[in-house]
Design a protein around this ligand. Sequence first.
Ligand code: SF4
Length: 326
Amino acid sequence: MTNALLRVVGLRVRFAAGRGASVHALDGVDLELREGEALGVVGESGCGKSTLVRAILQLVRPTSGTVVWLGRALDEMPARELRSARRDLQIVFQDPLASLDPRMTVGEIVAEPLRIHRPDLNAEARRREVHQMLARVGLPPDAAARYPHQFSGGQCQRIGIARAMILRPKLLVCDEPVSALDVSVQAQIIELLHDLKRECGTALLFVSHNLAVVRRLCERLLVLYLGRMMELGPTDAIYADPRHPYTRALLEAIPVPDPDVQPARLSHVLPGEPPSPLSPPSGCVFRTRCPHAVEVCARQVPSWETDSAGRGIACVRWREIGPESA
Ligand code: SF4
């Protein structure tokens, strides 16, 4: 049994929106991530995925709830301890070029975490580590002396991954890391992350709106909608038998190349946009788009229920909505 690296308990984030209004960005998220495990977080734009990442990394202050890293609440850590915890908590951003300092060479960018967190290494040892890591992520030997703007988007993301992985962190947080890349380049980056995770034993918290990408990388899956948890469980089980109506809709929406199958799948895709997080619907926040909504869904916030295999679902009707009625 592996230990919990990260525990998120009752995390809520609200942003003031003027005139007493507030945006419900995240509403009661509980999760656990174990060593070496990969957890995918999916949902449409505005579902709270990026807020969750920022709150975990302490880049936004939660309204309530706790983030526990290796048994210690991050918001209670003194600044020095938090800095040292960050060594094991690295992030890869969505926009590869924007996340790299244009005034630094690639070698300097990748060496920066070593300079901060490995003062025991001299310049030559740092240079060796950087060259090994650049080669590992598939960049040419002369990359270290060049600048970020001289590389393609996919190569810039490789640089970002090299910087994040140079310290062999315990957790790599990936915030939509391939959504700005061409499809063929996306596949290469996903394979690189997959291999690095296996080689280094790094846990992944992988945020994406692309369920196909998440399936390749993540053993477990969390589905968010309007800041709330809809379903959480093993990825394969959720793909084989999605229980929450929103999860089903997301899976139905994955494009498939077969033209005979595609229309039937696409007809299940949800109509419309999610409601505004400024005034989420009463009861179940998904009810305004749910094909299974009944009167009780407007009155009652679904409680988090767990099935016999440990999968969590927030839907008052999940037991009666079988796969055949989807
Ligand atoms: S609680 Fe009701 S509205 Fe919400 S997902 Fe379940 S059936 Fe749909």
